[in-house]
Ligand binder design. Sequence first.
Ligand code: DON
Length: 313
Amino acid sequence: MFQPPDPVRFQEILDDIVDRMRFETERGAAASYIPELADVSLNRCGIAVAPLGGPVLSSGDSAVPFSIQSISKIFSLVLALGHVGAALWQRVGREPSGDPFNSIVQLEFERGKPRNPFINPGAIVVSDIITLKSREAAENHPVLQLCQDLADDHTIYVNENVFQSEVATGDRNRALAYFMLAEGNIECDVRQVTESYFRQCSIEMSCQQLALATRFLAAGGNDKGASRFGVTPERARRINSLMMTCGCYDASGEVAFRVGLPCKSGVGGGIVAIVPGVASLAAWSPGLDEKGNSVLALKAIEELTRRLGWSVF
Ligand code: DON
């Protein structure tokens, strides 16, 4: 079992990592498909760690809210599993896709059953389940509610401008949803389902809030907050497994190689990593690599886990 270092040493390590990131010249490029993401400064960089049973430690821009985008797929998966349990796996697979997160090709070959819940079509099926079960009100999206409850922070919000831009640029996601509708894998209205998906992508959280909201996965489901949502130790293990194999799009293998922890990234530049039994981590910097993962957030997590010897292997 890994132990976190003492808090003073830990803080020094986090500050040192963020300092080093300032000098990195290879910073990637911010997502360009909507202005709200394209306009964020590439100089932003933050990291936060939520150890089990201890206060959050953080450095850099760790209190600045950013667009969580695909990281929301962890929370929507928790809700859908809470609603339908293992029946989810009849509609969504559990294999890495090896394809970009918004690819249509594989979906056609596989008759409308997405490879996993962390690529867009998988997350859209998950949204279909949530839409059917929770009759959401637009102001009170169930994924937002879950994030607020898990982080115990009701200041977490949906950025309405991001949401409007996601809707305006969302034809490819609607195409994925219509294709799955044609294959019998979507039950609700496509517009309603995709808007639910866009809304969860538009939630904004800081690294500190994200580390807190995902700590239940490090606790292996032994967490009062998460057990209210049906997250048993077995379910937490399985979500972690999916994050390890599918959490960083078609770079999941590379991230497992470099970090060796369950991770989930989003095109807002955030990455969450879970050290089972020890802590949850969140890092953010908006510049992405060609696969859509944050260059500096990944580097920061890699550096931290290397220095602390944190890996599930
Ligand atoms: O679905 C989309 O196209 C955007 N909201 C991107 C979400 C994301 O982070 C990458 N998707 N897996």
